[in-house]
Design a protein around this ligand. Structure first.
Ligand code: AMP
Ligand code: MG
Length: 418
């Protein structure tokens, strides 16, 4: 253990554990209820408002799962071989019109309707062709390689449940039911702005002490990816009157308001103060790093999330506290657990017991295919480039101290399969 690792993190003493903060947030958040009807492609990523009952069987007809020969299972030889007379071909989309009688078979393609009189398919690789027939041996089972009508979704069954997020596979399912338009919940409207007298916009020249506002861009990115209806309210100066009027305006138009900066206890930090005046503040200290302080409250019907100003803290608090709340607001039935992987640490990570830390890491596979993770060099809450260079959070539990090379840690990847 290196010097300095022995002590607990004094900030943590009076702070609320992250899981408790999240519980409190989720207890207050309400899902949107207004519905709109969209073409299914436009509904990608949206939450289905009503069950979709299938009007058709999918597949619509009992059909072949293989290229081969369709026959009656009762014609399969019990032992040895038999020859069946070939009477025609069934193509996908072009059914065979004739009935296949005992002692006969039909050539059949994958997806073709099973001809009348047949219930079994023998793969083309398993037969021997003779003049006007095929020779079949005793390796087969009656009913094999056939897909029954309605196997995927039966007519009258629920093809898609209310509350599901329409992901690519669900888009395909809806199409397979012949459904072109669906009712979805409207997207939560999220207003966001940055606070700080030091902030200037892109295109302006920086004067002494000024910085470009980056938080509004990361927030735009995460909110847009999350499928929110975003309202960018720009930069608001550290002026209580202006802040109050912007907050009031935002609360009338949005379901959620996300701000950055001004929630510390500095001289120019007015956000919590104003919230106490015009709404309710639920708490303002969370035992996470980076990320303290954090304000959660309400103004009218809108939920308010006051994130810290430091750009990395913005992202960690957003992902850990705001994102779950906004997802709950979408009305989606949350089924996907947060994905956490176990990875071996390549280099030492500094940490004091007390807060849950979200260090930035680069996750890779080692030569054996196992996950290994390396912390990005700068772990400062203001070093946004380290966040941009990372592909995961290294999640270090509250009671954990420094992590030595070779130790296992939990890792939360930034990217998932969508
Ligand atoms: P604050 O929480 O307002 O005290 O801000 C903490 C730190 O984050 C200060 O160094 C700010 O200059 C910086 N900061 C606040 N807002 C932004 C922003 N929108 N973009 C970049 N840095 C910011
Ligand atoms: Mg500030």
């Amino acid at each position: 253990m290196a010097p300095g690792d022995c002590c607990t993190d004094s900030h943590a003493d009076t702070a609320m554990p992250l899981h408790q903060a999240l519980e409190q947030v989720l207890a207050v958040v309400e899902p949107v209820s207004e519905v709109e009807v969209l073409d299914i492609r436009e509904a990608l990523g949206r939450v289905l408002a009503e069950d979709v009952i299938s009007a058709v069987d999918v597949p619509a007809h009992t059909n072949s799962a293989m290229d081969g020969y369709a026959l009656a299972g009762s014609d399969l030889p019990k032992a040895g071989k038999c020859t069946l007379q070939l009477v025609g071909t069934a193509w996908a989309g072009r059914p065979l019109q004739a009935r296949v009688e005992a002692g006969q078979c039909a050539r059949i393609m994958t997806g073709a309707v099973m001809p009348a009189g047949t219930d079994t398919v023998v793969m083309q690789e398993h037969v021997e062709r003779v003049d006007d027939g095929v020779v079949i041996d005793d390796r087969h089972r009656a009913g094999q390689h056939v897909r029954p009508a309605g196997e995927d979704v039966a007519a009258g069954a629920v093809g898609a449940r209310a509350g599901i997020v329409i992901h690519p596979a669900m888009l395909g399912v809806l199409a397979s039911l012949g459904v072109g338009r669906v009712s979805v919940l409207r997207r939560p409207r999220v207003a966001f702005f940055s606070t700080g007298d030091e902030l200037v916009g892109i295109g302006e020249t920086l004067k002494e002490g000024q910085i470009y506002d980056s938080n509004r861009y990361t927030l735009y990115g995460v909110l847009t990816r999350l499928g929110m209806d975003v309202m960018d309210l720009g930069v608001v100066p550290d002026d209580p009157d202006v802040l109050e009027s912007v907050l009031m305006k935002a609360s009338q138009q949005a379901d959620a308001i996300v701000t950055t900066g001004g929630v510390s206890v500095g001289e120019a930090d007015f956000v919590t103060q104003i919230l106490e005046k015009v709404g309710q503040v639920n708490f303002w200290k969370v035992a996470m790093k980076p990320g303290r302080p954090f304000t959660f409250g309400r103004i009218g019907r809108a939920c308010f999330f006051g994130l810290p100003g430091n750009p990395v803290s913005v992202m960690s608090t957003f992902y850990q506290l705001v994102q779950p709340a906004l997802l709950a607001m979408t009305g989606a039935r949350v089924e996907d657990p947060v994905i956490m992987l176990d990875a071996r640490v390549t280099h030492r990570l500094k940490k004091k017991p007390g807060r849950r830390e979200f260090q930035r890491g680069v996750l890779q596979r080692d030569a054996q295919g196992d996950y290994q993770v390396t912390g990005t060099r700068h772990q400062g809450a203001g070093v946004l480039s380290s966040m941009a260079a990372a592909n995961c959070f290294i999640v270090l539990e509250e009671d954990r101290g420094a992590v030595e090379p070779g130790d296992m840690v939990k890792v939360q990847p930034f990217r998932g399969l969508v």
